[in-house]
Design a protein around this ligand. Structure first.
Ligand code: PLP
Length: 436
């Protein structure tokens, strides 16, 4: 028995499924999850002492690489000053100022501890600000595990949603409309039917939780226009893309002043992952007029014992400070090289696939070369069964991929030639495994 097997056996008797977040259980790829004990640069080390090139990067936060010296130094210094004060600290404003300097759509910021809290608060704030109830979300977009957004599409496009998880009430789901992604006609139709009751549209800036799906050109800008016309808000969820796809997130890359699409300004944005560099930090921000509806200035309540925790703030400040434009240029380049190598290996092995790309984020979909993946229906229609053998072959060769085909692959600034060469060496065998 390996140490990971022993640890998993023990954990299964202590925690549901042996894990604290479902995807870690390897449910969709099978086998025993690896228990990790340390991480450095682009590498993870498991409890058996095996080293892996990490393409999960803690699901995004490790943008500058694991255990970056500047981040560790900042955290160590903060720890020495105490763990938590339950009072305001200078570092909160420091991190908020960095976010606002990078993302001009943010005029005020509120720190929370998880992405779920950020989107949950954004939804409550949108309802409080507009005095309306309904929220539009897109099928396949994930915004965390708040009840209202764990909703599945109803029978017709403009019908109210059904619970997407046991424990979500029908009444809660019925306050959400779930529409197909990349379908502006469906959005227009929903506003025709329900316009005066719609508080907000929430969308991932670029979806990466059904595999990566690129928003059609101008899609997010059109959502901004439509919500604006109807007095609803646009919540751009950048929990995953923020400070990862670029210096100012996916919005900066596409819809911001320097972006490639029509410029637009989301009313609210949510952040997580990179903003805390591996510590529990998330945030919501946006127009001052909307944000000032939050307590203590406004009537929408929100609070957190550990919000703005000084150690987490120190990690966030150090991570964003290390995440220079050159860091993004390097990750962009590596991402293109890697996705090209994956595609070449799969092509060589005769495996039909498409590389799904949005900025420097990418994932692989199988059996989708004809049309690619543009929405959840396309994502679900792929030959997902090819991923498990591909994943395990890579794992056996010392490359740690996301344990689900519906997740993005994450690179960091620490992925150097040596790490990339290990990945490239592993690809041909994995591609053959996927072909079988
Ligand atoms: N929003 C998006 C786009 C995400 O990808 C996630 C998590 O993966 C969340 C929200 C929820 O964040 P958390 O897991 O920190 O609650």
């Amino acid at each position: 028995m390996t140490s990971s097997e022993e640890l998993f056996e023990r954990a299964r008797h202590l925690m549901p499924g042996g894990v604290n977040s479902p995807v870690r259980a390897f449910g969709s790829v099978g086998g025993t999850p690896r228990f990790m004990v340390s991480a450095k640069g682009p590498y993870l080390t498991d409890a058996d002492g095996r080293e892996y090139v990490d393409l999960v990067c803690s699901w995004g936060p490790a943008l500058v690489g694991h255990a970056h010296p500047d981040v560790l130094a900042a955290v160590h210094a903060a720890v020495d000053r105490g763990l938590s004060f339950g009072a305001s600290t200078p570092a909160e404003a420091e991190l908020a100022a960095i976010v606002m300097e990078r993302v001009s759509a943010v005029e005020r910021l509120r720190m929370v501890s998880t992405g779920t809290e950020a989107t949950m608060t954004a939804v409550r704030l949108a309802r409080g600000f507009t005095g309306r109830n309904l929220i539009i979300k897109f099928a396949g977009c994930y915004h965390g595990h708040l009840d209202g957004l764990l909703a599945a599409a109803g029978s017709g496009l403009a019908t109210l949603a059904l619970p997407g998880s046991a424990g979500v009430t029908e009444a809660t789901a019925a306050e959400t409309l779930v529409l197909p992604y990349n379908d502006l006609a469906a959005v227009e139709a929903a506003f025709e039917t329900h316009g005066p009751n719609i508080a907000a549209v929430i969308t991932e800036a670029a979806p990466a939780n059904m595999g990566v799906v690129e928003p059609g050109a101008g899609f997010n800008a059109a959502l901004s226009r439509i919500t604006g016309q109807h007095g609803a808000l646009l919540i751009l969820d950048e929990v995953l893309t923020g400070f990862r796809t670029g210096y100012a997130g996916y919005w900066g890359l596409t819809g911001g002043a320097e972006g490639t699409d029509a410029p637009f300004t989301p009313d609210l944005l949510t952040f997580g992952k990179v903003i805390g560099g591996g510590m529990p930090v998330a945030a919501l921000g946006g127009r001052a007029e909307v944000m000032d509806y939050l307590a203590p200035v406004g009537p929408v309540y929100q609070a957190g014992t550990l919000s703005g925790n000084p150690i987490a703030m120190a990690a966030g400040v150090a991570t964003l400070t290390a995440a220079t434009p050159e860091v993004y240029a390097g990750i962009d380049k590596r991402s293109l090289e890697l996705s090209g190598a994956v595609s070449a290996a799969l092509g060589e092995a005769g495996v039909d696939h498409s590389i799904q790309r949005a900025g420097n984020l990418f994932s692989v979909a199988f059996g989708t070369s004809a049309n690619g993946v543009h929405n959840y229906e396309d994502a679900q229609g792929q030959e997902a069964f090819r991923y498990a053998p591909f994943f395990h072959s890579m794992l056996d060769s010392g490359v740690y991929l996301p344990p689900s085909v519906f997740e993005a692959w994450f690179l960091s600034a620490a992925h150097d030639d040596a790490a990339m060469d290990r990945i490239y060496a592993a690809l041909p065998a994995a591609a053959k495994a996927a072909a079988a």
